[in-house]
Design a protein around this ligand. Structure first.
Ligand code: PLP
Length: 473
């Protein structure tokens, strides 16, 4: 590399860091969501692929202006939709560091120290879940992939190949949609995926679950896995983990817990009791790019018996033989579906090293407080109804006047959310609960304040008035 290129690269790194940090500094004043307008999209499409390269600075500026500005800002304290990913700047810095060295985290030969860190982080996470020393796991790209990895292993352990067509998996109506998709990717047919109804609290109905297992067994099918959720996406509800564990033991089934979202309360001494029973699960999904404040894509799949992952995923082709320098347990390409993989564990390690576990648990606990503040504010307004109270940092509510019919109320609530997106002050979207369109806040940003919650709710209340007058009500 010549000197001028080196200088340009060096200046670019500084420039990007400055841009990122100043944007981070005044994030609260920015719009929570910006969608590219037609002109911008046209401009991007017209950029094309130049025969000769362009100066770095031009391309960086263009990308900042046309690409990164037009997005939902996940670091925004009032981005309260989906499950947000309020990534800490520490995680960003760890990405910069890791991608500077670009370790291949597939084998011990290629990344011995990074693999060692992955083992240590997994061990620590397993301890938080109350798992024994036999536990193991690995990092993958997201909750969908963690669930897939666990479910493939569950089938491998519980069914012989000639039983695959008879295998049945049990989910609840509140299970994240990626789980059913994962099962379809695995080749299960619709009738092999059972959606168990939820009770009033949006938890899986356990007696219904048992009846279905008995019925299917009598019909010659092979129930092999129950997917419980610790922190459902809609309401933050937590399935009855101990009762599901009892059933799984009784019927020799695999218990998987999707804790992609709620798993993070395990780092809080104050709230970890909410997930009592999780240590009885055979496997757990836990996303660090949600409530552990990491950049994408950073998720962990934990397994009570780590050997099951190796039994399921290891392959030994001749061209990888020389990379097996210690024993097969140290090569992460034998633990999951990826061969070439980035060293995702390093940013979580770096975050914990620099913040400490106490700070991390305070950051998680803050989310629970934020949703409670939002709920308290909503309760101050007549004609506003709490649909599900604050639970694991999620609260559902709606504008609800007894004078108006349900269809109209659905339209009003959807319109309130749209107005908030247009305004950009916050992002609050809707979901459907018991057939009603409701507004949903999921608040896990460690820097969001009580005022952020209050002012967001107040604005929603104002919008309700405006929408009513738009509709001449
Ligand atoms: C409970 C739950 N499981 C799984 C997922 C999917 O995770 P990912 O988007 O990382 O694939 C989500 C995403 O919000 C979730 O809330």
């Amino acid at each position: 590399m010549n000197e001028s290129m080196k200088k340009e690269l060096y200046q670019s790194v500084q420039y990007i860091a400055q841009n990122y940090l100043s944007a981070y500094d005044n994030v609260s004043e920015q719009r929570a969501v910006t969608i590219a307008d037609e002109d911008t999209i046209k401009k991007i499409r017209n950029i094309g692929f130049p025969k000769n390269g362009r100066p770095l600075k031009n391309v960086i500026d263009e990308m900042v202006k046309e690409v990164y500005t037009n997005q939902a800002i996940m670091q925004h304290p009032r981005f309260l939709a989906f499950v947000p990913s309020p990534a800490t700047p520490i995680s960003w810095l760890a990405d910069v560091l890791t991608y500077s060295y670009n370790p291949h985290a597939g084998s011990w030969l290629q990344s011995s120290s990074a693999s060692c860190i992955e083992q240590e982080v997994i061990k620590w996470l397993c301890q938080q879940a109350g798992y024994p020393n036999s536990a193991g796991g690995l990092f993958v790209s997201g909750g969908s992939m963690s669930n897939l990895t666990a479910l493939i292993t569950a089938r491998n352990v519980k069914l012989s190949e000639n039983e695959y067509a008879k295998g049945v998996a049990y989910l609840s109506r509140q299970t994240h949609s990626c789980v059913a998709r994962d099962l379809r990717i695995m080749g299960l047919l619709t009738e092999q995926i059972k959606n168990i109804p939820s009770d009033d609290k949006y938890c899986m109905d356990i007696s219904h679950l048992e009846q279905e297992i008995i019925k299917d067994t009598k019909a010659g099918k092979k129930p092999f896995v129950v997917v419980a959720t610790a922190g459902t996406t809609n309401t933050g509800s937590i399935d009855s983990l101990n009762e599901i564990a009892d059933l799984c033991e009784k019927y020799n089934m695999w218990m998987h817990v999707d804790g992609a979202y709620g798993g993070s309360v395990l780092v809080s001494p104050k709230y970890k009791h909410l997930l009592d029973g999780i240590s009885r699960a055979d496997s757990i999904t836990w996303d660090a790019h949600k409530w552990l404040f990491q950049t994408y894509g950073c998720s962990m799949v934990l397994m009570k018996n780590g050997r099951y992952l190796i039994n399921c995923f290891s392959t030994h082709p001749e061209y990888l033989k020389d990379a097996v320098i210690e024993n097969d347990q140290t090569n992460y390409w034998d633990w999951g579906p990826e061969l070439t993989r980035p060293a995702r564990s390093l940013k979580l390690w770096f975050t914990i090293q620099t913040l400490g576990t106490e700070k991390l648990s305070q950051m998680v606990e803050h989310g629970i407080q934020l949703a409670e503040w939002a709920e308290n504010e909503i309760k101050k307004y007549q004609e506003w109804e709490i649909i599900t109270p604050a639970q694991l940092a999620i609260v559902n509510f709606r504008y609800s006047s007894t004078d108006l019919d349900e269809h109209l109320l659905d339209m009003i609530n959807a319109r309130i959310s749209q107005k908030m997106i247009d305004d950009g002050f916050a992002c609050v979207l809707t979901t459907k609960l018991k057939g009603k369109t409701v507004l949903r806040i999921c608040a896990i940003h460690p820097d969001a304040t009580e005022d952020d919650m209050r002012n967001t709710v107040r604005l929603l209340v104002d919008y309700a008035k405006q929408v009513k007058s738009e509709y001449k009500l």
